[in-house]
Design a protein around this ligand. Structure first.
Ligand SMILES: NC(=O)c1ccc[n+]([C@@H]2O[C@H](COP(=O)([O-])OP(=O)(O)OC[C@H]3O[C@@H](n4cnc5c(N)ncnc54)[C@H](OP(=O)(O)O)[C@@H]3O)[C@@H](O)[C@H]2O)c1
Length: 304
């Protein structure tokens, strides 16, 4: 029986992956802190864990072909001390619990893909950040990304192929980021945000799932991969393309001071909009992966 495990698979990316892979696997097990069941997919089963300690859930990993770990508290919140602690430890604990569970298995999964983030690179407007030449940033988010990747990559489990997915912002019809952009445009606020020169590294959710499938199937691929479309865009261009796709001629800009007030009011951080992520998927492209949605106009035409 071919089985896939998705830890933290109850959210946006996990549910898209489950739908994408449901016909390729006999069973998909979602590790979640909540008891739930999949209404849409008959071969998708939820198993409870706490993302920290060992338990019955770890038996599910025995003989599984693929493990994907996406668990982590959402970063869409204010970075106060309590949230910072939860953002960091939800990722470290889940990755650590999976490492222990795997080391106790007789038949280990062949491949383990762990979420990571393109936020690990510095604020960059001047040049592309590749896996080989990208420069790391600093501050809370970068520290979380670094610790998370280290927790995943440092524990050596010889028979497992490990892949860290440095994911850019995934655009999908049913996700909050895409819906927020659409609403801004709808209400006439779809102009540039801040200076508008900051880059936005994105990927269409279908290409996200396809790139995960590509990495599972290509057994020679291992290590760190940027999971972004090959063409990051400036915020100014992004907003222009959103307005165009939605036939909206008016788009008031949001200066930095306004974003700062707005972020406090809606309980988020301006870093998510103002940090320039100019990240490109050099290793995916070199491996021969072809994007269905390589540019933002093509992706938005599909999504809107
Ligand atoms: N979406 C993106 O654009 C993007 C970009 C870069 C990186 N990523 C990373 O990819 C991963 C998945 O993203 P997503 O968009 O699918 O996020 P999501 O919708 O927020 O799902 C994350 C999952 O993590 C689990 N989780 C939350 N807090 C947890 C905790 N304290 N302990 C254990 N599990 C916890 C939740 O599962 P339960 O509540 O069911 O336990 C949730 O379903 C995240 O780690 C995220 O940082 C996402």
């Amino acid at each position: 029986m071919k089985k896939m495990i998705i830890a933290g698979g109850s959210g946006f990316l996990g549910q898209n992956l489950a739908s994408h892979f449901k016909e390729q696997f006999d069973e998909i097990v979602i590790l979640s802190r909540k008891i739930s069941c999949s209404k849409e997919n008959v071969n998708v089963r939820f198993v409870q864990w706490d993302g920290v300690s060992q338990g019955e859930w770890s038996k599910e990993l025995e003989g599984a072909a693929v493990l994907i770990n996406l668990a982590g508290k959402s970063v869409n919140c204010r970075y106060n001390r309590e949230n910072q602690r939860k953002i960091l430890y939800s990722r470290l604990n889940a990755t650590g619990a999976l490492t222990i569970a795997i080391s106790n298995l007789v038949q280990k999964p062949k491949v383990w893909l762990n979420a990571a983030s393109a936020t690990i690179y510095r604020h960059a407007e001047d040049k592309d950040m590749t896996e080989a030449t990208g420069e790391y940033g600093e501050g809370f988010s970068v520290n979380v990304c670094t610790a998370w990747e280290n927790a995943f990559l440092s524990a050596s489990i010889p028979s497992i192929r490990k892949i860290a997915l440095r994911i850019g912002i995934v655009l999908g019809k049913d996700d909050g980021v895409f819906i927020r952009f659409k609403n801004l445009v709808k209400f006439g606020l779809g102009g540039k945000q801040g200076k508008g020169t900051q880059f936005f590294s994105w990927i269409h959710v279908e290409d996200f799932c396809r790139s995960v499938e590509w990495l599972i199937d290509h057994e020679d691929q291992v290590g760190i991969f940027n999971i972004t479309a090959p063409a990051p865009v400036t915020n100014r261009f992004l907003m222009h393309q959103f307005r165009r796709a939605m036939n909206c001629s008016i788009g008031l800009p949001s200066p930095e001071w306004m974003l700062k007030i707005g972020a406090v009011l809606i309980g988020t951080e301006t870093e998510l909009i103002l940090k320039s992520r100019r990240v490109v998927p050099e290793r995916l492209v070199e491996s021969g992966f072809e994007f269905s949605y390589p540019t933002i106009p093509v992706a938005l035409r599909n999504l809107i």
